[in-house]
Design a binder for this molecule. Structure first.
Ligand code: TYC
Length: 140
C-alpha cells in the first residue's frame, strides 16, 4: 500500500527560490518524469507523490501494576514478580515493598497484548493459590 503524501504542486523546499525573485519551474517529484505513471494528470501540472518506504508506527505501551492488599503474603508477591516479570529476587523484593508501602507499583511496561497476558497470568496464579492479589494494566 502506498500513502498519498501530497497533492497539487510540490511543497516549497528550503533553500530554493529564497529571495532571488527569479521565477522557478514547478517541482516535479516523479521517478519517471513525464512518463505515464508519474501521477501527473497531464493538464494542470499536479502530481501525486507516493511513499516508497513503509511507514512504521510505534505501538502504545501499557504499565502492568500490582495493587496492595492486607492478606497476600509478601513472599508470594516476590515470587510472582520474579516468575512473571523476570525480575531478580532483589528487584522483586523492592517492587513488593514499594507496593506494600505505596498501595500500587509498576512491574513492567509492555505492548497491549503482552500486558494483558501478564495481568491474566498473575490473576490466575493468585486465584489458584487463594490470594486476593490484584494486577492491572494502565495505558502510559
Ligand atoms: N501488604 C501485604 C502484606 O502485608 C503484602 C503485599 C505486597 C500484598 C504487595 C500485595 O501487591 C502486594 N502481607
Amino acid at each position: 500500500m502506498s500513502d498519498v503524501l501530497m497533492q497539487g504542486r510540490a511543497a516549497p523546499s528550503l533553500g530554493r527560490n529564497s529571495g532571488s525573485g527569479v521565477p522557478q519551474p514547478p517541482i516535479r517529484a516523479a521517478a519517471n518524469p513525464g512518463g505515464p505513471t508519474d501521477g501527473d494528470d497531464g493538464r494542470s501540472g499536479t502530481a501525486i507523490i507516493t511513499r516508497t518506504k513503509p511507514k512504521t508506527k510505534r505501538p502504545s505501551l501499557y504499565r502492568v501494576l500490582l495493587l496492595n492488599d492486607d492478606y497476600t503474603p509478601m513472599e508470594f508477591v516476590v515470587h510472582v514478580v520474579e516468575k512473571f516479570f523476570n525480575k531478580s529476587q532483589e528487584d522483586a523484593y523492592q517492587i513488593m515493598m514499594h507496593v506494600h508501602q505505596n498501595g500500587v507499583g509498576e512491574c513492567g511496561i509492555f505492548t497491549y497484548e503482552v500486558a494483558e497476558t501478564k495481568v491474566t497470568q498473575v490473576m490466575d496464579f493468585a486465584r489458584k493459590h487463594q490470594h486476593p492479589l490484584q494486577c492491572v494494566m494502565e495505558k502510559k
